[in-house]
Each structure stands twice: as structure tokens, then as C-alpha cells.
Design a protein around this ligand. Structure first.
Ligand SMILES: NC(=O)c1ccc[n+]([C@@H]2O[C@H](COP(=O)([O-])OP(=O)(O)OC[C@H]3O[C@@H](n4cnc5c(N)ncnc54)[C@H](O)[C@@H]3O)[C@@H](O)[C@H]2O)c1
Length: 255
């Protein structure tokens, strides 16, 4: 018996084998789930290539979370492959250069708006678009980075992540009556493509190396992915609006 036997999942955000979503997809398949992957633009063909490295290559559909057209077609595109949806992984974030790296006071609104639309609002947009296929027992899981403090360089992405936590709590409130859970996994730093665009990412690595009581491997996305799979399973039936930290314990300890 796998943890996700018979579950039908949409997994967004697989870009490279280093993507957190790639580990989620791999473990979800090992645990018995059927998957559809999504990505956008040039990422789409890359995702198609990377999907072949999964135990059983799943179909890949286009989904740009800023495109009303893609969001509107999501349910139909999913129906071509799955007869319903038990879970959604939101593993999507983007910030223009000016929104990261220390220029916080000078970031123009359009760049802040893009950061928030792609990284925060998209959780609600995705929940709305996938909603028609979901039934009681369904789960939506997103990926967070601790936003309780102001980190160096993380800037507007930190604001976006604070908003993501709040968005997840409101979605938990509004989707709970339909039996759908919404939770986040707050992962420690991982060396992914998204991380490469954060100037001074090494600072995070050294904070985690110095502070994580359990230690932390920036190259290993499996701990965060396992938590996502657990939250997508039936093993957290009464948990929603929660942020599960998978960070080696950093959030719990002082300097
Ligand atoms: N890497 C880290 O240190 C870390 C830590 C905690 C949380 N996270 C979060 O994990 C999630 C996944 O990121 P990752 O680190 O695996 O990096 P990644 O670069 O592998 O994944 C980011 C994904 O977002 C997708 N994306 C960007 N804009 C999009 C759009 N408009 N529509 C649809 N998809 C879009 C990209 O194509 C890519 O697949 C993000 O939410 C990120 O903030 C990352």
C-alpha cells in the first residue's frame, strides 16, 4: 500500500531535477499517485524532458498562473488525463531582479505586482481553477520560506511568502466547508533554479549550516517533498491552514 494509492495529483513547478516539485512527483509516484505536471513558456519543454526521468513519465500541460486563459482551460486540460483531482502541489515563485537583492526601497510597483501575482495570488488562482475537479478529502499544498523575519536580499519575495501564508489560511477558511485542506511546507534553502536568482543565497546556506539542530542539506529536496506528500495524503485529515516547517529546526531556535 502506498501513501497516495489511487490519488490523482496536479504537480506544478517541475523545472529541473533539483526542483522541489521533482522530488514530490517522484515520491508521489512511488507512493501510488497518478500525476499531471504543468509548467509555462519555455519551461514547458524543459518540464517535458525532465518528466522522462520520473519512474513513469506523466503528461505535461501548459499553465502560466498569470494567464486567465490557461487558468480557464485548466480543468478541461486536466480532464483529458484524469477523471478528478485529489491534490494540487503549488511550487511556483518568481520575482523580477529589482525585487530581490537589497534594492527593496527602490523596487517599482510593477515588479512588486509581478512578484505577488506569481508567488502569492497564484495559490488562490490555482485553487479556483482546479476547484471544479476536487471533492471532499482533497488537498492543496504550497511551498513557503519562513517569512516571520526580514532576511537579507529576500526582499519582496519575503513579502510574497508572508502573503502566501495568509492566502493559505483564507483558502483553508473558504475551502474547508468543501472538505478541501490547504497547507504549506516551509522548506529550508535548496539549491534550485529559483534559488539561483536570489543574490546572496549563500547567506541562507551559512545560517542553516550554523543553526539547524538537525543539520541541513541544501542539495537534498527529499525531506520537504516527503512532507508535501504526507500533507497530500489522507494522514492529515484534520489539518488545514497550517505551515509545516521542514528546515532542520532553524525556525525553532535562536542564533
Ligand atoms: N529553493 C529554495 O530555497 C526554496 C525554499 C523554500 C521554498 N521554496 C519554494 O519552492 C517553490 C518551488 O521552487 P524551487 O526552489 O523548487 O525552484 P524551481 O525554479 O525549480 O521552481 C520554480 C517553478 O516556478 C515556475 N513558475 C514561475 N513562474 C510561473 C508562472 N507564471 N506560471 C507557472 N509556473 C511558474 C517555474 O517554471 C518553476 O518550475 C517556490 O514556491 C519557492 O519559493 C524554495
Amino acid at each position: 500500500m502506498g501513501l497516495l494509492d489511487g490519488k490523482r495529483l496536479l504537480v506544478t513547478g517541475v523545472l529541473t531535477e533539483a526542483s522541489i516539485a521533482f522530488s514530490v512527483a517522484r515520491i508521489a509516484q512511488q507512493e501510488g499517485a497518478r500525476l499531471v505536471l504543468s509548467n509555462f513558456g519555455r519551461g514547458l519543454s524543459i518540464t517535458e524532458r525532465v518528466a522522462r526521468r520520473l519512474p513513469s513519465p506523466p503528461p505535461v500541460i501548459p499553465l502560466d498562473v498569470t494567464s486567465e486563459e490557461d487558468l480557464g482551460q485548466l480543468a478541461d486540460r486536466l480532464r483529458e488525463h484524469l477523471d478528478g483531482l485529489d491534490g494540487v502541489l503549488h511550487a511556483i515563485a518568481f520575482a523580477p531582479e529589482s525585487a530581490l537583492g537589497g534594492g527593496f526601497l527602490d523596487t517599482p510597483w510593477p515588479d512588486v505586482a509581478t512578484t505577488l501575482q506569481v508567488s502569492t495570488y497564484s495559490l488562490a488562482a490555482l485553487a479556483r481553477a482546479a476547484g471544479p475537479l476536487m471533492s471532499p478529502g482533497g488537498a492543496i499544498v504550497g511551498l513557503d520560506f519562513d517569512a516571520t523575519v526580514a532576511w537579507p536580499a529576500y526582499d519582496w519575495m519575503g513579502v510574497a511568502k508572508a502573503g502566501l501564508g495568509s492566502t493559505a489560511r483564507y483558502l483553508a477558511r473558504y475551502l474547508g466547508p468543501r472538505g478541501i485542506r490547504v497547507n504549506l511546507v516551509a522548506a529550508g534553502p535548496q539549491r534550485t533554479m529559483a534559488a539561483r536568482s536570489i543574490p546572496g543565497f549563500e547567506t541562507f546556506e551559512s545560517v542553516w549550516t550554523g543553526r539547524a539542530p538537525l543539520g541541513w542539506d541544501v542539495g537534498d529536496t527529499e525531506p520537504a517533498a516527503r512532507a508535501c506528500v504526507a500533507l497530500l495524503s489522507d494522514w492529515f485529515p484534520a489539518t488545514t491552514g497550517e505551515i509545516v516547517h521542514v528546515d532542520g529546526g532553524v525556525h525553532a531556535v535562536g542564533a
